[in-house]
Design a protein around this ligand. Structure first.
Ligand code: ATP
Ligand code: MG
Length: 286
């Protein structure tokens, strides 16, 4: 029987779209529909389980699923034994402590003796211990922001991405103490054929992630400027230089990082580069 790798992903939520996009960019085909909770890819030895994110670390830890995509916050909070395979770089958010706007906040000493409502008692507990603060942690499973308004707590600790939910509930963020992103995790000691399939998947994921930040750049340069322009363009190895039909000119191409993009373009312009084209890259294999 063919060995398949089982991946657990979030059925419906903030991780779903990006996770599906990741698998699709890796060339893995499968059909999804709301009712289907388990599906086999048609062109890769992968079976996909659609679950609530809370259940993913536990299932991966027990080997019900071999690997999974889950927020770091949930992985740390649940505390199951799993292995980190790769940081996926999406679903970035932070865990923050917030208090009602009307109070001044001098520092963590403010929290001494207070009650803090949260869905993340483990992560918050660790932080408070580290800071030497004695506070009562009250676990609430959802709508944590409402707790101070209904006298359930003095402060809250919750996921924040923009802070607008806090503001809407009359709260202000006073400590952003934990950062999270989506993680690819695996069951401890995945081996044999399953490990080989994971390696194959990781090869594709890395190629997609590299490509995301990279741009392919093509330009025309006067021959006497080729060296100076080559020094600006980093490239994977070095830029490709091809003579143009027009005497005294060359075409140069290279790969640049998105972060350096505007900086490099300005310098190229100064050096006399013309006809600069910049294109997205789909995959990048080293
Ligand atoms: P489920 O129904 O699967 O239990 P959920 O409601 O618990 O879903 P979501 O709100 O879909 O969870 O969030 C999933 C994960 O996405 C969170 O655990 C966190 O890692 C990340 N996340 C949460 N909120 C944001 C946000 N505002 N921006 C970016 N990432 C976020
Ligand atoms: Mg959940």
């Amino acid at each position: 029987m063919e060995t398949v790798l089982r991946i657990a992903i979030q059925k419906n939520g903030r991780l779903s779209e990006k996770t599906l996009e990741l698998l699709k960019n890796c060339g893995i085909d499968f059909t999804t529909s709301g009712a289907i909770l388990k599906v086999k890819a048609s062109n890769f030895p992968l079976e996909i389980l659609f679950l609530r994110d809370d259940d993913i670390p536990g299932y991966v830890s027990k080997g019900v699923a071999d690997i999974g995509v889950c927020g770091e916050n949930v992985v740390d909070e649940k505390g199951y034994k799993t292995e980190l395979v790769h940081r996926l770089g999406f679903a970035k958010c932070r865990l923050s402590i917030a208090i009602p706007k009307r109070f001044d906040y001098p520092g963590t000493e403010y929290l001494e003796g207070k009650t803090i409502a949260t869905s993340y008692p483990v992560i918050l507990g660790k932080y408070l211990k580290e800071k030497g603060v004695n506070a009562e942690v009250r676990e609430i499973s959802g709508s944590v922001e409402i707790a101070p308004a209904i006298d359930l707590a003095d402060a809250v600790c919750d996921i924040v991405s923009t802070g607008s939910t806090l503001l809407a509930n009359g709260l202000k963020e006073v400590e952003a103490f934990y950062k999270s992103e989506a993680l690819l995790i695996s069951t401890p000691q995945l081996a044999g054929e399953k490990k080989a399939i994971l390696d194959q998947l990781m090869f594709r994921i890395k190629a997609c992630q590299r490509a995301k930040r990279a741009k392919y750049i093509v330009l025309n340069a006067p021959n006497n400027k080729v060296q100076e322009i080559a020094d600006i363009l980093p490239g994977i190895k070095s830029p490709t230089v091809t003579p143009l039909a027009q005497e005294g000119w060359s075409s140069m191409s290279s790969v640049i990082d998105e972060n350096d993009f505007w900086d490099i373009c300005e310098k190229l312009h100064e050096k006399g580069a013309e006809g600069v084209l910049v294109m997205p890259i789909e995959k990048m294999i080293y």
